[in-house]
Design a protein around this ligand. Sequence first.
Ligand code: SF4
Length: 376
Amino acid sequence: MAGIYVHIPFCKKKCIYCDFYSIAAKPGIIDEYVGAVCREAIVRGGALQGEAVRTVYIGGGTPSLLSVGQLSRMVDGLRSAFDLSAVEEFTIEVNPDDVSGEVVRAYVDLGINRVSMGVQSFIDSELRFLNRRHDAMRAVDAYESIISNGISNVSIDLIYGIPGQTLQSWRQSLDMAMRLRPSHISCYSLSYEEGTRLYRMLRSHLIQEVGDETCVKMYELMARVLEDNGYEHYEISNFALPGQYSRHNSSYWDKTPYLGLGASAHSYAGGVRYYNPDSIKSYIDGIACGKAVAVGEELSLCERYDEEVMLRLRTSKGIDAGALRGAYGIPFYDYFMSVVKRFVDSGLMECDGSRYRLSRKGVMLSDMIMRELMYV
Ligand code: SF4
């Protein structure tokens, strides 16, 4: 089984915390870009080596900036290059501001059965601070419109640790999310990435970071509220109602092969990672020459072990040490066991037979634990 990811690198305006590759679309560029994605799909049609495609994910950027005509041309392009008849989950990311009943009905007609909406907060002052386009009421209306027009599988993103956010306002956002009850919720702690406006504001002392202690309390509040409401905490940042895990994202953590199309998209198959060019111009120009633009990099055994440990540790399933030994051999297994024992003894990890996972306490220190468990 395999997945396809399509990157749409356009946004109307930049959120202050965002370091993803996205630009404001100039007239005509989206049409040109859609044409390039369709051509790339044809050129790389054999890349999944006959594996059935189980998930399709159109992410960004802001895919909901594509008109229905542009999106439908792109989906037709994918269908002519790949057999999508076995697709179980077909997701599109949307900005609440772009959602209407008409758009959602068009998504349904195209076979899209899941929407991931960037809500981030249900508090207007927090949304303004983040430079989001929508307000809280728009997000609620958009959610209801998605559900009432035929897509019941909806994921929303929320952010905690926003300067000015309090435990009380975070609770308000969580409570509103619980009232809507989407099938899936991703919660991220705000991070200060170099190159973003948020980072510059911090460095110039215009804003203050929310303290570590408050962030831990926000994380604990979130986990408690969501779990009390029936959500399963299946990955560090992801919660889902039973049976509603994101299949596409789960396949990244399970190392299922996937093909990434579009500027700055990555792909993975058979221990090789492929990278498309970051710049839209280089991508479109490269595709126009009729050749694949992805550059491949074969991962060493060490790199594959490190990646596997890092990805699997993010999930509630954790890592099976026996499977690790089978895949990477005794030296890697011995190394893993020697480090993991310390974390189990200190309560940062839990052990169930040969399976190891982060404890609730360990999740807060996941970066450090992963670094220690990695081989290089
Ligand atoms: S909409 Fe998403 S991709 Fe675009 S700037 Fe905001 S966070 Fe980044």
